[in-house]
Write a protein that binds this ligand. Sequence first.
Ligand code: NAI
Ligand code: SOE
Length: 380
Amino acid sequence: MRKIRTAIIGTGFMGKVHSENVRRVGNVELAAIAGANAEDARAFANSIGVEHSTGDYRTILDDKTIDAVHVLTPNALHFPISMAAMQAGKAVICEKPLTLDANEARQMVEYAEAHNIPNCVQHNLRYYPVVQHIRQMIAAGDLGDVLIVQGTYSQDWLLYDTDYNWRVERASNGALRAVGDIGSHWMDMIQHVTGLKITALCAELATFHKERKKPKFSVETFTGKTLNPDDYDRIAIDTEDFASVLLRLGDRARGCYTVSQMSAGNKNRFEIEVYGTKSGVRWNQERPDELWIGNRNSPNQIIVKDPSLLKGPAAGFADLPGGHSEGYDDAHKQVFKRFYAKVADPSAPVDYPTFAEGLWGMHLLGKVIESNAKRGWVDC
Ligand code: NAI
Ligand code: SOE
């Protein structure tokens, strides 16, 4: 079997996660690393045992032996790097949010479709086994008609004004921070599990820290907790820390969610609840193998992931027996398995999130900005 040769572009949090998990896919070889500069790239490549590294991703795009790339940089670089990679004929997995705006995302979709290039936006959170079980329950009508969706994506890693990351800056991140960074996951997830589209929304954004103290040197995602007072510059902030969003999903279903990067004690609480005419479900990423099922006329249940009990195709997203937890890393691996099956065999199904879905996500983010600006409902 010829292995697909892939490269990682970006050596931070996602650089680690993608490197480790793409290596769990049998038909893929991690062949090269590109970083922001040669030193970062080499240090990272050494730490994970990859021979080839570069401080200029274009070197990788020029390499005809590389079949695919993972774009894992700050958001503003997703579009130029992904477009250049596709123009060089590489299959592309790009992190979320896909781009800075829908216009960039549309160009990526059009290019990929016109040139038949396998493309994926990394909405990995869909691929927890229990989430897929919820999806199958809803498709089978176990919940009845969906009436209510609600939930949150709440974190606390930007609670203090000394917490800093490229995400707080528009130029690197885009205009929406909390909604773009984690609301993008929530909206993707709720549409994926219910099969419904968000058809209108009403959003309010809040920036609690109008000014933050920026470290004078770079800090990686989630790691800015150990600096001293002299290590900072004061920077004005115009991206949101928190948002609340009301939703309509078609004629009947209604919902709301909050996103926050300043809710003390919430490390990575991504919670969805779906209530239908028969029953409801609640799932929290921090306890990924558990599913709460709410009933009106019988006791509520908590079920635990077990492939032999997962509904239909959901079992295909669990690679370990019941009682053996499958978490964040495993959800990434599930995307990679399916994406690289497609890269290896063009007749394989598209069983992973595509740039077209990333474009819809960017469209919704644009609607959040529009709604907040006009202080009212907007149709999507
Ligand atoms: P990070 O700040 O930890 O890493 C970003 C890396 O990109 C850094 O190593 C930086 O040096 C590198 N970089 C910057 N310019 C570059 C260039 N020109 N060429 C190559 N590398 C360059 O950020 P993190 O958390 O890894 O986020 C990266 C992306 O992944 C973001 O778009 C973010 O939204 C997304 N993400 C997705 C997650 C998921 O669960 N799907 C989780 C965390 C992040
Ligand atoms: C930071 O908020 C972050 O790493 C996001 O960028 C990811 O998408 C999310 O899954 C975890 O938190």
